[in-house]
Ligand binder design. Structure first.
Ligand SMILES: O=C(O)C(=O)C[C@]1(C(=O)O)C=C[C@@H](O)C=C1
Length: 363
């Protein structure tokens, strides 16, 4: 390049190079700090936890609040998410079990939460994710728990009834569904594979655009993509990541009926998180079998100004027709008003199990 524009471009690129050197020096200094933190943690406790969800949430929230622009705060936090992920990997290489196979939304949720410097390990079923973490083969696990259009993932809630694991984080993921196929036109699609929840989330689009194609539910969207890559005339409803992984064409993008289709995932591990200042607590509660018992379970929250953000009932599987409630409340179990509400709840309920306190999703 020549002329004044060329000189300006070269000049700016020299500034960018100098800034990159400075950013690299600062990231390396930050990584040295993380190694120093690891030494302190190890000296205090041989079995120390290196991953600290509450601290990570605080770091990301502070970055979002301090961001001067022009990058938006979410973008800036995503960059720091990756820096912190790389720093943590220097302290300890984490393995994260997720509901597989490769390319599922659960894997995307795991990477969104932990960043890309962890090993993600695909499991065939939600139960296997729990078992992998319970046995210590994986440090943490990520499982879906509820979808904004289709409701709760009952498998996940039921599994908490027997598991000693705690919830130590939540992840929210905007879900976009695409119709993927090796075919090059919608008219060639005879069969559509997907997970039953995704088929349900795209029902109106399918009714309008592909009313005659057969709909077949399979164990995951990634499994659907794998089948679509092998069978002529087949399509899958799955993510962009699955399109890339299985070499499929995107025949139609964003076919979900509800534009703000979000799935919530839980991070499970051996311990819940410390207080971060903006937390949630999940509980499993069973009622005493007597009149007014549900009212009795709810009043400790109202009396102590604790917001109940979700309540689901599930059969207990112990006694026919007995139910347990999964509840999410705002605040950490160590917050004074939450601790008081929980003490009062324990007087009312047959059983109260705190499944975990954890930072509200930041990204
Ligand atoms: O502050 C800590 O405890 C650290 O280990 C440092 C750090 C970070 O890079 O900021 C890394 C991992 C933890 O999960 C939280 C934060």
């Amino acid at each position: 390049m020549s002329g004044q524009d060329g000189e300006t471009l070269d000049g700016i690129r020299r500034r960018i190079d100098a800034l990159d050197d400075e950013i690299m020096r600062l990231i390396s200094e930050r990584a040295d700090c993380a190694q120093e933190v690891a030494r302190i943690k190890r000296a205090a406790d041989a079995r120390a936890e290196f991953y600290r969800p509450e601290r990570e949430a605080q770091v990301l929230r502070r970055i979002q609040a301090a961001n001067p622009g022009p990058l938006n705060s979410e973008e800036m936090a995503r960059l720091f998410r990756e820096i912190m992920s790389a720093c943590l990997a220097l302290e300890q290489q984490l393995s994260i079990a997720f509901l597989g196979p490769e390319g599922t939304f659960t894997q995307a949720a795991a990477l969104k939460h932990f960043g890309h410097s962890v090993n993600t390990v695909p499991m065939n079923a939600i139960d296997e994710v729990f078992r992998e973490v319970e046995s210590g083969s994986a440090h943490y696990g990520v499982v879906p728990v509820e979808n904004s259009t289709e409701g709760v993932v009952t498998h996940t809630l039921d599994r908490f009834m027997q598991s000693p694991l705690s919830i130590c984080g939540e992840v929210e993921l905007r879900i976009h569904h695409h119709l993927l196929s090796t075919a090059d036109a919608l008219s060639r699609v005879e069969r559509i594979y997907s997970h039953q929840q995704s088929l349900a989330q795209c029902r109106e689009w399918l009714d309008a655009r592909l009313p005659h194609a057969e709909r077949l539910s399979v164990s995951s969207n990634a499994d659907a993509a794998r089948r679509a890559s092998r069978e002529p005339g087949a399509a899958a409803i799955a993510s962009e990541a699955a399109a890339e992984l299985y070499g499929l064409n995107v025949l139609a993008a964003n076919i979900e009926d509800s534009p703000d289709n979000t799935t919530r995932f839980l991070v499970i591990g051996p311990r819940s998180s410390g207080p971060s200042g903006n937390d949630k607590t999940s509980l499993l509660v069973s009622a005493r079998n007597r009149p007014g018992s549900l009212h009795g379970l709810l009043s400790p929250f109202a009396d102590n100004d604790v917001s109940l953000t979700r309540i689901e009932s599930r059969p207990s599987h112990c006694v026919n027709w007995e139910y347990v409630f999964f509840m999410d409340i705002e605040g950490h179990a160590q917050d004074a008003h939450v601790a008081k509400a929980l003490r009062e709840l324990k007087q009312e309920a047959e059983l109260v199990k705190v499944l975990g306190s954890y930072p509200k999703a930041v990204l």
